[in-house]
Design a protein around this ligand. Structure first.
Ligand code: HEC
Ligand code: HEC
Ligand code: HEC
Ligand code: HEC
Ligand code: HEC
Ligand code: HEC
Length: 457
């Protein structure tokens, strides 16, 4: 079992096209695949084994209009109304046929970060959060938040025990004995999703690892999300990427031949702060330093510095020896797995363009996991009368366009379409024939020109 260390140079996937496990070749500056793969409308993403072709994709769509090919349209397409003249004056064009429902999934995080080895310490626990919106296509599409059953599974990845030793240590770390293959919120690798106040369907805390049942590693797997109504499957199954990485690069500076990085970290902590962590293994950092991402297991000791502030603040001036640019990937995944792989990477942006600096991350009034970058910040996307993120909400919690979640159309932060890797483009291609944001109105509307596009919620 790999220790708390990175597999630098180990790229477990050998792909023709760039995948999200390919940071080595993609880099964060300059992507050799960019011109060929990124143009909107390009469908030529090749034949990587990471299923560029969505196995659950519906019938072939016209890459330009998103309309289904004639062969795919049943003669009596249920949602091709005979008469469109009713009510709405903006409706001028003909109805397009297509499935009655559409299901679009997205992940909360661009790259969920976990550990493989928990025998000495736990910074974060396995727990992937993902969502799906179910939309009934129509002249006025309807967001479906009741009456259906929404289920998820991860094809080719059905268990986690043994892939990580998390369950061997969960009792010691958390004080509770978790059921095998169940995460902190008692969710497993398949099950039902629940509707949220945002009218999307979500499952939080899926203990997914990057290791498939074949033991091959893949940080960019797909979930299979299926929807049934009265026992019948509706809509094409959606396959959002559920990214996860256990690349932790602390070993760039911690540990040696004879001392594991984790043991070194505990020893350094003890000598700097008078604690006795090395004799209290396994150590849950959040037992003392609050980490809200762990919920009730992350409440820490009141008055003590929070985990994000502790780690970013104390390391801000220590990063040079790791020789990484951006400095962030000296700890976060990014040397072997691809963290930032979206439309911003194409624009040569990097972590600090949005997150500023480690010192800023450690700011004394900053709230970790809450005070994150905003699309709508003054130096980024500005549109009069529109804030992009809803007030007080993060990108992944916000809705645009009449209740459709931002991420339903744009994808997860750090993986916004068009992405530089094949996997994150697959869902958009399956839905509308091209990568990028969902900008083909007929994915949801049954007419090609439903009126002028309104980004507002
Ligand atoms: C670029 C080098 C570098 C990297 C990468 C790095 N550290 Fe450190 N870390 C240091 C240095 C230098 C010290 C101080 C060592 C000493 O006191 O001798 C330190 C000390 C610490 C301490 C002791 C408390 C403190 O800050 O004084 C902890 C805890 C720690 N590191 C955790 C981590 C973790 C967890 C990671 C990975 C997520 C990590 N470090 C990655 C350089 C690094
Ligand atoms: C038993 C409580 C306890 C646990 C568990 C604990 N720490 Fe600490 N940590 C402390 C104390 C106390 C300090 C000193 C804080 C201070 O003086 O403000 C500290 C300081 C730090 C600092 C330096 C902060 C700074 O600004 O210099 C880092 C980094 C850190 N801890 C990381 C960790 C990590 C990573 C873990 C898990 C491996 C961990 N701690 C587990 C109690 C704890
Ligand atoms: C020394 C290791 C280290 C470095 C370097 C580092 N991080 Fe982190 N970062 C961590 C750890 C460990 C956590 C997990 C803390 C937690 O679970 O709350 C974290 C959590 C975060 C979070 C989520 C929590 C929050 O504060 O909102 C963000 C955002 C983040 N890091 C951004 C960055 C960026 C951007 C950089 C580079 C400017 C960076 N980090 C550099 C170790 C590091
Ligand atoms: C274009 C702006 C942008 C860039 C560039 C960017 N981030 Fe982020 N980051 C965000 C936003 C926005 C969020 C909040 C997403 C949400 O929760 O909805 C975020 C959240 C995070 C988080 C916490 C939750 C999560 O999604 O994992 C971490 C950790 C993080 N970023 C690290 C990084 C690192 C490391 C890099 C560089 C490799 C980076 N970010 C580059 C915008 C950016
Ligand atoms: C129904 C799909 C859909 C939803 C939902 C959606 N967008 Fe968009 N977004 C688009 C389309 C199409 C465009 C291009 C047309 C335009 O700019 O109005 C776009 C453009 C953008 C741009 C680039 C605009 C610029 O000025 O450069 C940003 C940033 C953006 N959206 C953010 C968001 C955010 C944040 C949300 C959630 C509050 C959101 N979007 C919700 C489809 C959507
Ligand atoms: C992901 C699904 C989705 C996509 C893609 C989508 N829409 Fe919509 N649209 C909706 C939903 C849901 C409503 C709300 C219908 C209602 O309840 O009235 C809506 C309503 C509308 C309305 C009427 C309400 C208003 O905002 O005034 C217009 C006009 C509209 N959409 C235009 C567009 C255009 C143009 C496009 C393509 C650029 C588009 N939509 C793409 C889901 C979508």
């Amino acid at each position: 079992m790999r220790r708390l260390s990175a597999s630098i140079g180990v790229i477990s996937l050998i792909l023709l096209m760039i995948s999200c496990g390919d940071a080595g070749s993609a880099g964060n500056n300059g992507n050799p695949f960019e011109p060929a793969n990124l143009s909107q409308g390009s469908n030529g993403l090749g034949t990587s084994k990471n299923s560029v072709t969505n196995p659950a994709a519906g019938p072939a769509m016209d890459p330009v209009t998103g309309a289904l090919s004639a062969a795919a349209v049943p003669a009596s397409a249920p949602n091709a109304p005979a008469n469109l003249s009713g009510g709405n004056s903006t409706i001028t064009s003909k109805a397009t046929a297509g499935p009655k429902y559409v299901v679009i999934g997205f992940n909360e995080q661009g790259l969920n970060w976990i550990q493989q080895d928990y025998s000495e310490l736990m910074i974060m626990a396995p727990g992937n959060n993902f969502h799906a919106q179910v939309i009934k296509r129509g002249l006025a599409p309807k967001i479906v938040n009741t009456g259906v059953v929404v289920k998820y599974s991860v094809p080719g990845n059905t268990y986690s025990v043994g892939k990580t030793n998390f369950w061997d240590y969960s009792l010691n770390l958390l004080g509770v004995s978790l059921a095998a293959n169940k995460g902190l919120s008692n969710k497993g690798l398949s099950g039902k999703m629940k509707v949220t106040a945002n009218k999307d369907w979500a499952v939080l805390g899926v203990p997914l690892t990057p290791m498939l049942d074949t033991t091959a590693e893949n940080p960019c797997q797909f979930a299979a999300i299926t929807v049934t109504l009265n026992g019948k499957k509706i809509g094409a199954a959606s396959s959002p990427v559920i990214p996860v990485s256990w690349e932790i690069n602390c070993n760039l500076c911690h540990g040696s031949q004879s001392v594991t990085p984790a043991a070194d970290i505990l020893a350094k902590h003890d000598s700097a702060h008078g604690t006795n962590l090395k004799n209290s293994k396994p150590v849950r950092c959040a037992a003392c330093h609050t980490d809200t991402s762990l919920g009730k297991y992350g409440t820490g000791v009141s008055g003590m510095i929070n985990l994000s502030r502790a780690i970013h603040g104390s390391h801000a001036d220590r990063m040079a020896p790791a020789g990484q640019n951006p400095v962030c990937i000296a700890c976060h995944p990014g040397i072997s797995d691809l963290f930032l792989r979206d439309v911003h990477a194409t624009a040569d942006m990097t972590c600090t363009d949005c997150h500023t600096s480690m010192t800023a991350l450690a700011g004394s009034t900053r709230k970790p996991w809450v005070d994150e970058p905003k699309c709508g910040s003054a130096s980024c996307h500005v549109r009069s009368g529109f804030t992009f993120e809803q007030p007080g909400k993060l990108y992944h919690q916000s809705k645009g366009h009449r209740g459709v979640m931002c991420a339903t159309c744009h994808g997860a932060a750090h993986a916004l379409g068009p992405a530089i890797n094949a996997e994150d483009n697959a869902q958009a291609i399956a839905l509308q024939g091209h990568s990028g944001k969902i900008d083909t109105c007929t994915v949801c509307h049954t007419i090609a020109n439903p009126g002028s596009f309104n980004h507002n919620f």
